[in-house]
Ligand binder design. Structure first.
Ligand code: ADP
Ligand code: MG
Length: 293
């Protein structure tokens, strides 16, 4: 039988939008050393807008957006939605892509308007030794330093443009971080995004540490490493990518506005998508299980 105090706490938690799916994980929450947050969609809103378009060649901004949005119209990624949104805002006719393929954690490719189109991360450029012409580098560095996420458009393997996208840090993220730190918990961030963007977000939120350019299938390895260091760790995420890391953590916490896959893998679901609710869960766990001993 479930002790009464635990049953009462679980019911109270549910009323506040903290759904406890695994009671033993809820108990483990009282002893956490580290909380790791996913960036996009968890610490940030995960709603990207296109802020800048840099053409390296002869393509106009409209042509760049047409090709990029054509490709991305088939993708579920939050960056893809931002690019398609930007094309729609400019009343661009978005062509249908053929042979669409995601490149997990790095981008996507397809045939658009008879051209081989890729939209990819800075990491993909590095791996494939694709260089941006030097005269554009200062501008791109500046955009990255502003915390903008950069992706690159390739047309028939020629690098044509960079698109800078801006996400918004959740209003409540800063308070969530300081609240956890005041409880003696280390706060980290895990992201597939570039080191420059990760650093900007980490500085703004005063995080203890961050890991950038982590591929989707590496997220759970990072959690495993922290556990092997004898640290008790919670992972907080929203995406399909995050599910294995949520399962690996001592306490897996999904943001309610996220994907079903993340929620299935989680021990606790935060219905209101408020990162401060992580603090609330830990406080409630401490209060509940203190009463029992
Ligand atoms: P996260 O969820 O932390 O943002 P992802 O692993 O989903 O990380 O993506 C990592 C990076 O891969 C993105 O920052 C972006 O550069 C690139 N990427 C992934 N999918 C796409 C896509 N459909 N279009 C453009 N870039 C993408
Ligand atoms: Mg995410």
């Amino acid at each position: 039988a479930v002790p009464l105090v635990v049953a009462v706490s679980t019911a109270m938690a549910a009323k506040k939008g903290l759904l406890i799916r695994d009671r033993t994980a809820f108990e483990r929450a009282k002893n956490l050393d580290v909380v790791v947050f996913d960036k996009t969609g968890t610490l940030t809103e995960g709603r990207f807008g296109v802020s800048d378009i840099v053409s390296f060649g002869s393509l106009s901004e409209e042509e760049i957006l047409t090709l990029a949005a054509g490709l991305e119209s088939r993708s579920e990624h939050s960056i893809a939605k931002g690019i398609v949104g930007a094309a729609k805002d400019r009343n661009i006719d978005i062509p249908d892509p053929e042979n669409f393929e995601a490149i997990p954690g790095k981008g996507a490719k397809a045939d658009v308007a008879g051209k081989k189109i890729k939209v990819v991360s800075p990491g993909f450029l590095k791996e494939n030794d694709i260089a941006v012409e030097k005269s554009f580098q200062d501008k791109l560095d500046q955009l990255a330093d502003e915390g903008k996420t950069l992706v690159y458009l390739l047309k028939d393997d020629q690098i044509e443009a960079a698109l800078a996208l801006e996400d918004v840090i959740r209003e409540s993220a800063k308070k969530a971080v300081s609240g956890l730190q005041n409880m003696g918990i280390k706060v980290m961030m895990l992201t597939g995004d570039s080191a420059a963007v990760a650093k900007t977000v980490a500085d703004q939120l005063n995080l203890d540490d961050y890991m950038a350019e982590i591929l989707p299938d590496e997220k759970s390895d990072q959690i495993k490493k922290i556990r092997q260091d004898n640290k008790r760790v919670a992972m907080v995420g929203d995406g399909v990518n995050d599910a294995p890391a949520l399962a690996e953590a001592d306490v897996g916490i999904a943001i309610g506005a996220g994907t079903d896959v993340a929620m299935e893998a989680a021990d606790i679901v935060l219905v209101h998508s408020d990162p401060r609710d992580v603090t609330a869960v830990i406080k409630l766990s401490r209060a509940t299980y203190r009463k029992m001993v």
